[in-house]
Design a protein around this ligand. Structure first.
Ligand code: FES
Length: 222
């Protein structure tokens, strides 16, 4: 009985009576192959998962400086039409860090919704809410038009047709010493023009979309 127990506890596969065992072998070939396959699988999974994880979490650690920027005197804007202004979203990177916004004076007759209640001027982002192409204001049609996939928005920046999933984003504004200033941190709105923290293009804000696509720091880029 004691011999049997000694054999069972032996580290050698031969002593343990494993079929096909070799002299001096301490691990079965089946276990060795299983361990090798598992290790190779873990390496393969890590090769895909780690870059994806870095891509997903990296923006959390990015910071984006924002500032109030002068965009002109108060009488440079009227309540019925948009004026394009260029603002610097990312300083120090030349033209790449600039973006265009369309600005008009607030019109009490049409700007009855909440998102700009504290802001005297309406500043619309030109970044299309589909995949981010720059939209253009077409005065004659009173529409914002996206050249990439035909997205069309109305005077308030709400989607009229095409693939965009929500209205155009906006910028806060204020007046100081007779000058209009624009704050370079966008905010997003849903189809009822309810205000939300900024979202990336392609992220809807109606219904469950507002929960499925939480705001990420990357969304604060131009
Ligand atoms: S990016 Fe504007 S419609 Fe596609």
């Amino acid at each position: 009985m004691s011999d049997k127990r000694a054999q069972h506890k032996s580290k050698y596969t031969l002593d343990r009576g494993i079929p096909g065992a070799f002299e001096g072998e301490t691990i079965t070939r089946r276990r060795l192959m299983t361990g090798t396959a598992n290790a190779a699988g873990a390496v393969a999974v890590a090769a895909f998962a780690l870059p994806a994880l870095g891509f997903a979490l990296g923006p959390i650690f990015e910071t984006q400086p924002h500032s109030w920027q002068d965009i002109g005197p108060v009488d440079a804007f009227n309540p019925n039409n948009y004026v394009p202004v260029v603002v610097t979203i990312t300083p120090g990177v030349s033209e790449i860090g600039k973006t265009t916004a369309y600005v008009r004076q607030k019109n009490p007759a049409i700007d009855t919704d909440r998102p700009d209640r504290d802001t005297p001027y309406i500043a619309i982002s030109t970044r299309c809410a589909h995949v981010g192409c720059p939209v253009r204001w077409v005065d004659a049609a009173e529409r914002f038009v996206c050249p990439c996939h035909g997205g069309v928005y109305d005077l308030l920046g709400r989607r009229v047709s095409g693939p965009p999933v929500r209205p155009l984003d906006r910028f806060p504004t204020r007046v100081r010493a007779g000058r209009v200033q624009l704050y370079t941190a966008r905010f997003s709105v849903n189809s009822q023009l309810r205000r939300f923290s900024p979202r990336d293009p392609g992220e809807p804000l109606d219904g469950i979309g507002q929960y499925l696509y939480p705001s990420r720091p990357s969304a604060r880029k131009p």
